[in-house]
Design a binder for this molecule. Structure first.
Ligand SMILES: Cc1cc2nc3c(=O)[nH]c(=O)nc-3n(C[C@H](O)[C@H](O)[C@H](O)COP(=O)(O)OP(=O)(O)OC[C@H]3O[C@@H](n4cnc5c(N)ncnc54)[C@H](O)[C@@H]3O)c2cc1C
Length: 420
């Protein structure tokens, strides 16, 4: 199997990584792509999607990736190439199905708080590692952040510092008591096994010290997951309401403590922007589909791609993919080279990550739309999967605070805006 494509930039850093990339490509081509057209109807039950996740997460073992080696994991959290490796893994999975790529990425997301150097919390890693190791079923994690009164507010951390968070955590002796309502976390809808919950220890406060990131196993009394939402796309990722009612967990389930939780939560946000890969992966597949379609389909006796007007549009599409990939891997390089660019939780890195995700999501959506126009009515025909990618890429443009927050974080860093 050849994983090379005209866009490849030799992003894997070792033969072992190339091998892992091939394993994912093989899974995508053989397990996901042949059945993905049925995924839209599988949004509620995951009867097809669930077994595909089992292969990736449990059988192939990817749910162990971030867990430190001393607890049986693959130790990716200590790798110097963590972010670059995440980018090509996300891209490979998203080439087959962006929703599954989102769900996959979010399995790692709460572990950014506790399993990534230089701030590994060994006690919590030791506590939760067995959930991911000692099982043959896929284990799903979630970051419960968004709330009914405005998801973007919680992510608008440098302006609001958690001021509008309504989910509370109060200490009762040696336990946190958590109450609140979250919306949309990936891997919920009944699927989540472990939550990282963003909450406040002092409602209305604008002090970073009062933001808390607390781990909550999904089977803790008082945790309720609602049914999954039916969305425009990304059925591979289940999203729903989650309620926490007098949920009690040990006090040491808080990731790091006052100040540090908010600091490293910024890193969670920054790394979340590697979701740009969830737009690029589908576009690589759209390119593959276009190569086939435009070579076979003829107009006036010539293949479509030999017509000037079509060739110009095809050139625009690959330009978008190449430039988006350059932006993604440039960002990944900066986030891996903290020795040069500083910590991932800095406003500079958050802004660079937000603008990259915003640019890539917008451009990929435009290009996917172009692809549909080139294909005419076939672009809207589910048989070709392009309309599926178009719906998925659209969803990726909306989450993580949407365009406006990305613009504000960017303007705030580059122009020193104080009131945004
Ligand atoms: C597939 C998917 C996966 C998701 N995964 C997760 C997850 O894992 N965990 C989780 O907690 N949430 C998750 N979400 C939720 C998502 O991150 C939020 O929906 C998103 O941040 C926007 O929040 P909101 O929907 O409450 O919109 P709002 O924040 O209410 O935004 C509404 C509009 O206002 C704009 N806006 C936002 N802030 C400002 C501002 N300050 N000034 C002006 N305009 C502004 C927005 O861009 C948008 O246009 C997911 C959503 C999707 C679709």
């Amino acid at each position: 199997m050849d994983i090379q494509n005209p866009f490849d930039m030799n992003v894997t850093s070792s033969p072992a990584e190339t091998y892992i990339r091939r394993i994912i490509r093989n899974w995508a081509d053989n397990v996901v792509i042949p059945q993905r057209r049925q995924y839209d109807e599988d949004w509620e039950e995951h009867r097809l999607i669930g077994p595909a996740f089992k292969v990736l997460l449990a059988d192939l073992g990817f749910q162990k990736a971030l867990v430190p080696a001393k607890y049986g994991g693959w130790n990716m959290g200590e790798s110097d190439y963590l972010v670059t490796a995440s980018a090509w893994m996300f891209e490979e999975i998203a080439r087959a199905d962006a929703g599954m790529a989102v769900a996959f990425g979010v399995c790692y997301w709460p572990f950014v708080m506790i399993a990534v150097k230089p701030h590994i919390n060994h006690r919590l890693c030791a506590e939760f590692a067995p959930m991911y190791m000692n099982t043959d079923r896929p284990v799903f994690s979630a970051v419960a952040m968004t709330e009914p009164q405005g998801g973007s507010d919680i992510e608008n951390i440098d302006l609001l510092h958690g001021k509008t968070i309504k989910t509370t955590a109060f200490l009762d002796k040696d336990e946190w008591v958590i109450n609140g309502h979250k919306l949309w976390p990936s891997n919920t809808g009944g699927e989540a096994d472990l939550f990282g919950v963003v909450c406040t220890t002092n409602p209305g406060s604008t002090r970073d010290e009062d933001m808390a990131f607390i781990f909550v196993p999904a089977n803790t009394p008082g945790v309720t997951q609602g049914k999954p939402y039916e969305k425009a796309g990304m059925a591979g990722d289940m999203n729903g309401d989650v309620w926490f009612e007098d949920v009690r967990v040990p006090s040491w389930y808080r990731a790091h403590g006052p100040g540090l939780d908010a600091l490293y939560f910024r890193e969670v946000l920054t790394l979340g922007m590697m979701s740009a890969a969830f737009s690029i992966g589908p576009m690589i597949n759209v390119y593959e589909i276009l190569c086939d379609f435009c070579s076979r389909k003829t107009l006036n006796g010539r293949p479509l791609k030999e017509h000037d007007a079509i060739a110009a549009e095809l050139a625009e599409i690959v330009t978008g993919i190449e430039v988006s990939r350059s932006a993604l891997y440039r960002l990944a390089y900066m986030l891996d080279r903290t020795d040069i660019y500083g910590p991932r939780w800095s406003p500079a890195m958050l802004a660079k990550a937000r603008l990259t995700k915003m640019f890539v999501a917008d451009r990929c959506l435009e290009d996917c739309n172009r692809a549909m126009e080139i294909m005419g009515t076939y672009g809207a025909d589910r048989t070709w999967d392009v309309e599926k990618h178009w719906r998925d890429i659209k969803m990726g443009q909306l989450y993580e605070g949407g365009k406006q927050l990305a613009q504000m974080d960017t303007a705030r860093y580059y122009f020193g805006c104080k009131t945004l």
